[in-house]
Design a protein around this ligand. Structure first.
Ligand code: 13P
Length: 339
């Protein structure tokens, strides 16, 4: 695939009014989500849940692409069509999580590096043949006493850049996700400092490894107060600090920034995105790639029961549309009440 084709896909991923649905929960994560509604994580339930999400009428108005887990990319919906095809038929691009998760870094307590580079060239080829247009790799950065260390940031940036280069070689667009966790009692100032250091080394490493910036999407965390910090910054402060941090570190050549939600409430994630877009125009599209902030209300309404599918889809569609409105800064709290 040419650079031009990568750029076209990357731009479509962050098209105006649209964002990405992250539905690539690994086996451990989907089990935790299903535990919260007291249902088993078996293949049938996972299929039923993802089918509920993906067959929501009108989803393509707000969602450009969906990140899938390996199993889901290979699975067929109840009518026999593979999920990748179900999505493509609606004009939604299928994507794939290709990392194999974080593992402890020896000698650096509390820090992880993400694995999955071995054999990745061959897996990218297979995923492309299965219909994936883009991929995701998540690095995890924890804020704590004396961490993150430089070594942790460098190891994760190196892996992200190696992954991104391999994806582009194989003709799929990499989503580069260095997630700074919001867990902890740190201040928002500390979060901003860590986010800036993380993005700085991530982009210098992407450039060293000749990643084509116009053919990738960045998926960062927002700059927020630590979850257990007594002072929780408001919407304006989160938006201002996040945009300032991104302007300092993310080259304008990158077509889009698609935030993760990281455990913020669904409405907060929408409000923050909305405020940031009101502050624009920015050098890049400012979009979303949420998992929990898009799915949680629908998951709670679904509860694993076929009889709840229509109600859950209505709630899911509403959440997607609220974030679509936030893409242009035109979201208001009133729109929640109206629904
Ligand atoms: P959350 O939006 O729930 O943080 O998930 C996004 C994601 O894909 C994490 O890798």
């Amino acid at each position: 695939m040419s650079k031009q084709e990568l750029e076209t896909v990357a731009q479509a991923m962050v098209a105006k009014g649209k964002g990405i649905l992250a539905a690539d929960e690994s086996m451990g994560t989907i089990k935790r989500r299903f535990d919260s509604i007291k249902i088993d994580s078996n293949e049938n339930n996972r299929r039923a849940y993802r089918e509920m999400l993906f067959t929501t009428q009108g989803l393509e108005e707000a969602i450009s692409g969906v990140i899938l887990f390996d199993e889901t990319l290979r699975t067929a919906a109840s009518d026999g069509a593979r999920f990748a095809q179900v999505l493509s038929n609606k004009g939604i691009m299928p994507g794939i999580k290709v990392d194999k998760g974080p593992v402890d870094i020896p000698g650096f307590p509390g820090e992880t590096v993400t694995e999955g580079l071995d054999g990745l060239r061959a897996r990218v080829k297979e995923y492309k043949d299965l219909g994936a247009k883009f991929a995701k790799w998540r690095a995890v950065i924890t804020i704590g006493n004396g961490i993150p260390t430089y070594n942790c940031l460098a190891a994760n940036a190196h892996a992200l850049a190696r992954y991104a280069a391999l994806c582009q070689e194989g003709g799929i667009v990499p989503i580069v996700e260095p997630e700074v966790l919001l867990d902890g009692n740190h201040t928002i100032e500390r979060c901003e400092e860590v986010a800036e250091a993380t993005l700085r080394i991530t982009f210098s490493t992407l450039l060293e490894q000749r990643v084509h910036l116009e053919g990738m999407i960045l998926k960062p965390s927002m700059v927020v107060s630590g979850k257990d910090n007594a002072r929780q910054a408001g919407v304006d402060e989160v938006a201002e600090r996040t945009i300032r941090c991104l302007k300092r570190t993310v080259p304008g050549a990158v077509p889009g920034i698609a935030f993760l939600s990281g455990g913020q409430s669904a409405v907060s994630a929408t409000e923050h995105l909305n405020k940031m877009n009101q502050m624009g125009p920015h050098p890049w599209q400012v979009s979303f790639s949420y998992a929990r902030a898009l799915q949680d209300p629908a998951l709670k309404a679904w509860k694993g029961e076929a009889g709840n599918v229509a109600a859950a889809q209505k709630i899911f569609y509403h959440r997607a549309k609220m974030n679509s409105a936030a893409r242009s800064g035109s979201y208001t709290k009133k729109m929640e009440e109206a629904a």
